[in-house]
Ligand binder design. Sequence first.
Ligand code: BGC
Length: 739
Amino acid sequence: MRQQKLQELLKEMTLEEKIGQLIQVTGKVLKNEENTVTGPIENLDLSNEMLNKVGSILNVVGSQNVRKLQQQYLSKSRLKIPLLFMADIINGYRTVFPIPIAQGCSWDLQNIHIATRVSIQEANVAGTNVNFSPMVDLVRDARWGRVMESMGGEDPYLGEVYAKTMVQAYQGKDISKMGNAVACVKHFAGYGAVEGGRDYNTVDMSERELRQYYLPAYREAIEQGAEMIMTSFNIINGVPVSVNQWLLKDVLRKELGFKGVIISDYSAIAETVNHGVCKDKKESAYKAIMAGVDIDMMSDVYANYLKELVQEGKVPEEIIDQSVWRVLTLKNKLGLFENPYGNTNKEMEEKILRSKQNLQVARETASDTLVLLKNEKQTLPLNKNNKIALIGPYGDNIAILGSWSMFSDKAKIQTLKEVLEEKIGKENVLYARGSEILRQKEINQILIAEGENPILIEKEEQKEKEAIQEAIKVAKQADVIVLAIGEHYKQSGEACSRANIEISIPQQNLLKELTKCNKKIITVLFNGRPLALKEIAEKTDALVEVWFPGTEGANAIADVLFGEVNPSGKLTMSFPQATGQCPIYYNHYHTGRPHNKNIRFVSRYQDIPTESYYPFGYGLSYCNFEYSNLRISSHKISKTNPITVSVNVKNHSEISGKEVIQLYIQDVVASVVRPVKELKGFKKVYFKPFEEKVVTFEITLDLLKFWNERLEYEIESGEFRAFIGPNSRDTKQISFYLE
Ligand code: BGC
């Protein structure tokens, strides 16, 4: 539709019709069958009249379902303004990819691009116009359940490159084309810094911290043309983001130049009353619209109060018009006025959802994300002639998709047991469950929070003992033990904060008993966050972090266990020594009293080391890579003289493999404290057997900028150090200077 016609349409709209465009509800509220609820629905108070006018719908999917709803809606709509369908396609629609934190561990932009394309192609033909992804929140605290949604993990540079990759992959060059959709970048901003890792909790940080670490990924997403941004639940500088004028107007709109649609998170506007910054819902509607939030997701405050506020002259109608204009413009860019059914396409759904090709992409993506954390005496890869004891609650379990996999077809997931049996024959895979993931008491707590009835606990201790005995019996008959344990899938994701991030007691007990069998133990870990793994790691010979690997996860794991794929994943979050170390991140500041184990009054813990258990960037390969001859093109850098650092990397093995070579920089002295090192580049490089390569990085002045004492983004002269290595800890270093 032409701009002029769109303007005419806006003029023709009544105030109620305009307000309708600024409201989003879930399909459940409209009694739609095929949808999932992702937050509270109890407190919603919307009249039928308003429901007939809402502008967008949340988490209704399926081409036929979407078409039906759109048709019903339009038949009642005076001006025939189509609905927008938004959904959470976080790591796949029917074909489920590894959870985002896992995908991030691949450091493989091409693979992530391909996987993201598949996700959005599947979702788009099934009716999704807007995807609530990527989440680009920086995360440092593994207690927070939502770290599983962060691709960039604890690093702002990775956050930026992934934000770019994802937005490009979702939106393509034209958001109206089949297979593309709007990227809604979330949760703006600072949501990853909730205190104590407790979801929805307070965030309090300096403006420098916000700008230096938390905003870069957003800036990048906006530069890539992301059309929508979701506000976060938390406060920034004392004010909940959904009513925070400084953050939304001064920073997001003016400074970052965002012109698209701002949507609140689920019922976040109404929740500002609970925060105690609005005396009632009417005030929250006032503050949110004045701060520039265009769409109210799942609270009734815009629906019930905006009209009154305009009639009382408190909210100028132009403000409403500006928000409605942004929503109409987006619908127009999607081509919905010409074709309200968008790219919904039943034949395409049948053809591409979970197609063979898509499953293959899922398998390749998944094997790329696994992180080999330990491999003593080359326990892995496994020999196909081995008899395997597959033990543990994840050995024969389909719940390996992660918490945002609500649109997948779980019935079609293969378990690790099935895949191993296919690979080496049923007779060579001996299976025992060995333990439950959680004790019933813990499961009951989850069930009660979900409004379900708790399950009666009976003879649990005895059952645990019997399960372990059975596992030992099985282990004794095998050559090697593959132990598949981890977190319950309901322990990670939204509202899944944990105060103790160790593996559960029954699973620890199981491992303890298995060590007595004197067999090699390979632990395969399913989880959505870094865990405190010390106890587990020390008791196993090999440890593979597989996260929640998605639809083809079991195949990908088998590919890696048998060496058909050489693991190349590297951690994007530090793994702590103990929960008490959280938040822990490699790019921390210098303290005035750096750690030294021989001195008492220094910054350290008495009971555990200061450094992480597995550092950021860490991950092993079946190859043995050696780094040597770090060199620099010049020790002096200037505007006219960008420099390069190079290193030789040699594969000392007779197999090929991939290595993520990482560049870090440190600003040695500056006007404000700078981190000990910061990632500034990486390359994922393929090596043939015994191949040696020279890997070079360019260092430009841009990489040296930071938010200085006066909160300006500048460079300061002096000494810098460049580090190159296979992770953030084991690096070689060289100095250079800026005059
Ligand atoms: C989450 C968002 C999500 C939204 C819609 C909220 O509870 O915080 O990430 O996109 O629900 O499902």
